[in-house]
Design a protein around this ligand. Sequence first.
Ligand code: GLC
Ligand code: GLC
Length: 803
Amino acid sequence: MQYGYFNDAAKEYVITRADTPLPWINYLGSNGFFSLISNTCGGYSFYKDAKLRRITRFRYNNVPHDEGGRCFYICDGETVWSPAFLPMKTPLDAYRCRHGLGYSIFDGKKNGVSASLTVTVPMHTDMEVQKLVLKNESDSEKRLILYGVTEWCLWNAVDDSTNFQRNWNIGEVEIEGSTVYHKTEYRERRNHYAFYSVNAPIDGFDTDRDTFLGRFRGWGEPQAVEHRTSFMSVAAGWAPIAALRLSLTLAPGESKTLLFRLGYVENPQEKKFTALNVINKEKAHAMLAAFETEAQFDAAMDTLKAYWSSLLSRFTVQSSEEKLDRMVNIWNQYQCMVTFNMSRSASYYESGTGRGMGFRDSCQDLLGFVHLIPERARERIIDIASIQFADGSTYHQYQPLTKRGNADVGSGFNDDPLWLIACTCAYIRETGDFSILDAPTPFNNEAGTEVPLMEHLRRSLRYTVEHRGPHGLPLIGRADWNDCLNLNCFSMTPGENFQTCSNFESGKAESVFIAGMFVKYGKEYAALCDRIGLSDEAKTVRGSVKEIEGAALTFGWDGEWFRRAYDAFERPIGSRVNDEGKIFIEPQGFCVMAGIGGPEYGKRALASTEALLGNEFGIEVLHPCYTAYHDYLGEISSYPPGYKENGSVFCHNNPWITLAYCTVKDGNGAFDLYKRNAPAYIEDKSEIHRTEPYCYSQTIAGRNAKTYGEAKNAWLTGTAAWSFVAVSQGILGIRPDYDGLIVDPCLPDTMNGYRLSRLFRGTRYDVTVRRGENKGLIVNGKPVPGNTVPLTGASVCTVELTI
Ligand code: GLC
Ligand code: GLC
């Protein structure tokens, strides 16, 4: 069952009913000011950091889940309605939500009045702008009263929802004309404020939430709206809001446009005030002036659309598979941008208050993003590397606002350092910019410790080599990619954090998965060394690779698949000798991609993977699921069977298997798996899958779950980047390389080819792949041996490949 449809020409997903199984959200903003917006206009905004600079309030455990956010009330006679259904819940005569790239549009109709609300964060603006067009489509005059309301968060989202003994005393606002300024804590150490404003004279306002709503009332029944009035309340503590009231008279056929603007401003210390405790509004005035007219807004929308068209034109494909094209050309790349911006911080599942930017997460997100805006990728790589320690280990996370490592979580996730090699190599292959390797980069952000980035990569590798266990395999530490495989944690204390506790540091538990990573990225590192004239180092590294590959072959191969790990007592995990957790997905993906044991082991591992882990939504993370908790396994065994790391389809690593299929040249296997959880392919199962059909979710409940097929944790998942890598570099086979663009498709029998356009190092490559007799590569009309299209420097290059 579907709740809407894709409109590819407009690059929109059109939701046709408000009662989607869960809030289906979109992301607005791409640099500083970000908003989350659901299909009923819920959500929240923040500046750069969802924990430290939360602008509007959101209650994660709210019932109903998605109330609040952007509240519009249209009073038309006796009827009050909201254009996006919530918060009034008045049945609408028409409802539609269009989520586009960086904007959402809501079209609601009631009793002859239509409301079209477009919400976006214009580029280079720290402001969400909401354009509301009200039109009288009836035969008689309409006298409407309109409210636009937003609830402020008191900046630190954790404090805001915990420290009430203070919070309920500090809220402050200023009101000037049609603008409410939120200035809590500005009187003391903060130098930033927010505002909500409308570009027309208002009849009244409220800034105290409880006055506006009234006792015993929620957002769907405010007292002020019921009385069609405003109480002109000025918040003093409690919960400050901005509620703006206007009246409009519309002749038949007439329409009026209003612009509501939610902005964020920072002032330099010496320019904070214009009088005692009166905030300096100069910047706000300028921002409002820039979005005072509909023409200004429409121009910003045009700029935004042109921006996205140009970004996405860097990689477009046309094939016989409409859904693949839709994912590749629009939604997968869009999600890659969102994960790049957000890492795992702010979604409807990630509270924005816990994890900031993850080291491994952000490194992987970059793999699907680097072709879009390489300069931002470069900056990110340096930021990430700057939280590494001198011994090569690294903080696991950092706060985006401060860019400092997060000491609460600390380090010790032993896969982390290797991801830095993965993303740096991907960056250089994309851009040819070897100079990044010379960029002075500190350890733990300490001034004076800067060394060239290359030294960070070197220490990443060395860390793995020097931290190995009894079988010569890399030590797992607190966990590897699978945050929940905690082999040194031995927790029996309720609530103890599995990732940070270690009650028995065995110094023995090992990861076959990290071995696979090391072989893959060690080879990439050695190749990089060769390129920059470090052939001795390349040789040494290849020696280490050989050693660890040997350990993986001897102790990592289980006979029909790769084992997962060895526990603190040197017992295998993910082996036929185990009763539960006999096989795990991760090492099958990475060891096969790394070529360990060659195609023969690869094919056998994949056959076992499919047979034991495969379901209709993809490949489950392990099988059989753990039915009881084991302290020597950690969080993985804490989840009920079929959920999360205990046997769901953890979508993030499915593309590793797709790529593993490509490694053994099995195009049918690769595409079959790709289709099983690519959102566009399962749109018609939305009532089962439940999350948005235009983005990947982290997890889909497995066969053993009570809700098999149900997805959770939409949007912020490494699935986005890896799926893009799998489909673009694996199935379509377009791989940036140091000396050129590799064209090496691995297509299923059902696809006869494709046409593709790829911007790479300043050249637009127009690629046509087809099946036929005279196999081979033709570049600008001339046959070229192999699969690499050499760099030409020209603006256009025509590539034909017959397979
Ligand atoms: C989450 C984490 C990621 C981890 C994965 C598996 O997605 O963000 O870092 O690899 O879970 O545990
Ligand atoms: C939990 C989640 C896992 C996530 C981790 C991050 O373990 O299950 O997916 O990576 O928390 O802290």
